[in-house]
Design a protein around this ligand. Structure first.
Ligand code: NAD
Length: 490
């Protein structure tokens, strides 16, 4: 029998969405809200039979969807984006309730971005369809053929944004998709299925499989019928996925964790840098691209810390649905314990607490924004991703020392560099990451490449990079003069 989750007046199907229909599960998992730890309801878990049904449905739908022109697919995808827009408040309240993301941020940023993710890549696909290279001998018609059935796996910290960012290019280029929703925040993926159905996306083109990583994700990735795996999540899971996909030589795109440097040069606008540094506590620090290692020139350390303290003390920690809240809850009790464990071990290794380092009185899953100093480069707290509201502060005296610290972890996702623009830009070029913001933070464009190096990932998303991953690139060579075979031909 079908099950539902109710969030205020919003009814969310707990079931899978396969071949254009809701499919009930044999087993269901409990879903909690991080706002108060209360059970929201149940969500379907996966099984070998569900995985098989989803892949069969996506395979059946593939030939017809792939045969459409990019313009024809765009008509469907624009409707899909419209349907997401019609449900904007539902998406915002739902993700705020099941993932703890700020409602105001969902309403004013994320839902619009989700629509743009779909529209933008549908538009971009039109340009790819006529790509050709004209040479003296021949015209090379460079085709971006859809790869087939694509599996998309997302984490719980930004499910709507991350899933649509992958679905946009995957669907626009003619693939059929199976979205594996995150088990701790499964609800907006289910709402996406409603939006796709209302938009008339043909059955099987977009499917949602709910459930755990082990029971749903691993089975999908291991199946030889899959053409691509696009994954965002943690490093340990990525290693399992890469190993499994390697058995079938299936390409994987891996967007992983970070331990990004936030650099403040002696020439920086200290107040501006401090205000941005306080932003790193957004989403309770559960943001892959946050600059969590503050690297501050020793000459301005005290002034910077006091400026930042003022911004941090003014932060409102509380219910993410309240428009005044700036820092919401941590997703799960397990994550709270993980954050507290990191802090305890750091303190035992000599770290000094500048602020925070304890639970926030607002509730069980709320943690105070924390800054630790007196940490060493090889300390666990400097080397490993906490994924909570915990930053570290280290100082440097010259550029080479700074670069060694900035590059001195296994991660290489992003970075921030505040200082006189030219100097900051030069430093930014020397930091080994996939992207870095100079005197700014969070400026993104769907045409620009996004992704990490080292343990932060393999592959890039955005612009052509997304299409190169989701497509089989093929060169159809049409000679300009009549061609006659000859052994002397080179
Ligand atoms: P996770 O790796 O535990 O889970 C991510 C997803 O993978 C979930 O849907 C989960 O069910 C699934 N999964 C787990 N085991 C699997 C398996 N064996 N096979 C297939 N799927 C499996 O990550 P998380 O805790 O949900 O998310 C936090 C992590 O995500 C952090 O490390 C964070 O930095 C990272 N992240 C990265 C980006 C980025 O763009 N680089 C963005 C957001 C989050």
């Amino acid at each position: 029998m079908s099950k539902f989750i109710k969030i205020n007046e919003i009814t969310i199907s707990s079931d899978h969405y396969i071949g254009g229909q809701r499919v009930a599960a044999e087993h269901y998992l409990e879903v909690f809200s991080p706002i108060d730890g209360q059970v929201l309801g149940q969500v379907a878990n996966g099984s070998p039979s569900i995985i098989n049904q989803a892949i069969e449905a996506a395979e059946r739908a593939f030939p017809a969807w792939a045969a459409l022109s990019a313009a024809e697919r765009k008509v469907y995808l624009d409707k899909f984006a419209d349907e997401i827009g019609k449900r904007a408040d539902e998406f915002a309240l739902t993700e705020s309730t099941d993932a703890g993301v700020l409602f105001s941020r969902m309403q004013h940023g994320v839902v619009g971005r989700a629509q743009l993710n779909i529209r933008h890549f549908a538009e971009h696909a039109l340009r790819l369809q006529n790509h050709s290279i004209d040479t003296k001998q021949a015209e090379h018609l460079v085709r971006h053929d859809p790869a087939g059935v694509v599996v998309i796996i997302t984490p719980w910290n930004a499910p709507l944004m991350l899933s649509t960012w992958k679905l946009g290019p995957a669907l626009a280029s003619g693939n059929t998709c199976i979205l594996k929703a995150p088990e701790w925040a499964p609800c907006t993926s289910s709402l996406l299925a409603d939006a796709a159905q209302a938009a008339g996306i043909p059955p099987g083109v977009f499917n949602v499989v709910q459930g755990t990583g082990l029971e749903s994700g691993a089975g999908l990735v291991a199946d030889p019928r899959i053409a691509r795996v696009s994954f965002t999540g943690s490093v340990p899971t990525a290693k399992l996925i890469a190993q499994s996909a390697a058995q079938n030589l299936v390409p994987c795109s891996l967007e992983l964790g970070g331990k990004s440097p936030f650099i403040v040069l002696a020439s920086a606008d200290i107040d501006n840098a401090a205000a941005t540094a306080a932003l790193m506590y957004r989403n309770a620090g559960q943001v892959c691209l946050a600059g969590t290692r503050l690297l501050v020139h020793e000459s301005i350390k005290d002034e910077f810390v006091e400026a930042m303290r003022a911004y941090v003390e003014a932060l409102n920690v509380g219910d993410p649905r309240d428009p005044a809240t700036e820092v919401g809850p941590i997703i799960h009790q397990r994550q709270v314990e993980r954050v507290a464990g990191f802090i305890e071990r750091a303190k035992a290794a000599g770290a000094v607490v500048l602020w925070g380092a304890e639970k926030h009185p607002f509730g069980e899953l709320y943690f105070k924004p924390t800054l630790l100093t007196n940490v060493k480069q090889d300390d666990e707290i400097v080397q490993n991703e906490v994924f909570g509201p915990v930053l570290t502060l280290q100082t440097f005296s010259h550029d080479d020392e700074l670069i060694a610290m900035a590059n001195g972890t296994d991660y290489g996702l992003g970075g921030v560099c505040y200082g006189e623009q030219q100097h900051a830009t030069e430093i930014a070029k020397r930091v080994r990451t996939g992207f870095i913001w100079v005197n700014s933070f969070g400026i993104r464009d769907l045409e620009a490449p996004f992704g990490g190096i080292k343990r932060s990932g393999i592959g890039r998303e955005g612009g052509n990079w997304s299409f190169e991953f989701f497509c089989d690139i093929k060169d159809v060579v049409v000679p300009k003069k009549p061609f006659r075979a000859s052994f002397s031909q080179r």
